[in-house]
Ligand binder design. Structure first.
Ligand code: SME
Length: 143
């Protein structure tokens, strides 16, 4: 059964729900690895202001770092992190959580906050659980 539409629908629903329920999550979006060039992340469904960063090489940004390191990255103060690629001048902190399917990173969830140090252990646990669910969904729908 074809699935790209199903995944996009789940992602759109999720970014809206997560952003609306969690007021300090000011931008919520997906970046997925380009199947034709796995060194590049491509912007997927998002909730929040439009961004110029539609394609991000995995060698760049907090977004790239999460893929390169293969783990969640939390930045308490983006202005102090040289890797940071600015999307909005209002953004103060960021969390990026990789999504793994069938043992490979396929993309990530990216959240920006207008508050400094907005993301703690609870956010990490919550978003890593979300990432597991998206990864399982992708696995089941790509068979
Ligand atoms: N800040 C990210 C770029 C994506 S925007 O936050 C939507 C980064 O440094 O990779």
């Amino acid at each position: 059964a074809a699935s790209a539409d199903d995944l996009a629908s789940l992602q759109r629903f999720s970014v809206d729900l997560i952003a609306e329920r969690l007021p300090h999550y000011n931008w919520v979006g997906f970046y997925m690895l380009d199947p034709d060039d796995e060194n590049v992340l491509v912007l997927g469904p998002f909730h929040g202001a439009a961004t110029e960063h539609v394609r991000i090489p995995v060698s760049e940004g907090i977004c790239g770092a999460a893929v390169a390191q293969g783990e969640t990255v939390i930045v308490d103060d983006v202005s102090a992190d040289p890797r940071y690629l600015a999307c909005s001048i209002e953004t103060k902190s960021e969390i990026v959580v990789p999504i793994t399917a069938a043992g490979k990173i396929v993309g990530e969830i990216d959240i920006d906050s207008h508050d400094l140090s907005a993301f703690g252990a609870g956010d990490r646990v919550f978003l890593e659980e979300c990432a597991l669910i998206f990864g399982e969904f992708i696995e089941e729908h790509s068979r």
